[in-house]
Design a protein around this ligand. Structure first.
Ligand SMILES: [Zn+2]
Length: 241
């Protein structure tokens, strides 16, 4: 008689395996373990991905970029042990899920496939990875941070990494927290006018406290409403390309 076979469970329903190896360090940065799951290896999007990037290097670089821009070795979060990159068929571009110690970045194979004709496919892949990696490590003000600021900080880090896509235009957006590059460029302008390190401080403030618009005044002496007005005036003065 055959023993009944144990039911095979897809690995993504299981918690991450215990890590026997200590996490790699880069200087004082606690680099997480990386895992890669490709749900359809023969998909043209997967092929394009492997042609364009070295996954370990891209994930590593994305983490270091996030740490450099949002933290110092003294403040960097230590709890994220594992980041899994999942290439799979799905609508949209990418998103991040997970718990405190374990994060998954889901990246669309169809979106990757669309980059085949692009001369900047590598930058686009790395830019998306940086954006999603921010979500693995940023704080959210006890879940009260506006979604637009969460997305704005993610694209602000992408901007710092010099991975902005060519379609980004400064000055878009009707409200300060419209998100993505609209808020990213606002944050960039705030730092250029009121001092480097403000975005890092905003993020860190949201570690232990509920989000409140006042955090902008604490960092700049101006309310976010005033900052947005000043920024719009600045944009109106900039000659249009
Ligand atoms: Zn995002």
């Amino acid at each position: 008689m055959h023993q009944p076979q144990p039911t095979l469970i897809p690995t993504h329903y299981l918690p991450p395996p215990p890590q026997n190896r200590p996490r790699p360090q880069q200087g004082e940065w606690p680099i997480p373990h990386f895992r890669l799951r490709v749900e359809d290896l023969s998909h043209p999007g997967a092929q394009l991905f492997f042609e364009q990037v070295n996954p370990l290097q891209s994930l590593h670089n994305a983490v270091v970029e996030v740490f450099k821009d949002l933290y110092t070795p003294d403040t960097v979060p230590q709890e994220v042990e594992t980041v899994v990159l999942v290439l799979r068929s799905m609508p949209g571009v990418a998103h991040t899920t997970g718990a405190e110690i374990y994060k998954e970045i889901h990246f669309s194979l169809e979106y990757l496939q669309q980059q085949r004709s692009s001369s900047r496919a590598r930058d686009e892949i790395n830019g998306v990875l940086v954006h999603e990696m921010v979500h693995c490590f940023q704080y959210n003000g006890k879940r009260k941070c506006p979604g637009g600021l969460i997305e704005g900080i993610a694209d602000w880090v992408r901007l710092q990494a010099d991975l902005r896509p060519p379609h980004w235009r400064e000055g878009r957006g009707r409200t300060w927290d419209e998100g993505y590059e609209a808020t990213a460029f606002l944050l960039d302008w705030i730092e250029s006018k009121y001092g480097q390190g403000i975005v890092r401080n905003l993020n860190l403030t949201m570690r232990d406290r509920q989000y409140d618009d006042e955090i902008f005044r604490e960092q700049t002496g101006r309310s976010i409403t005033t900052l947005w007005k000043e920024y719009r005036e600045y944009i109106d003065r900039v000659p249009k390309a």
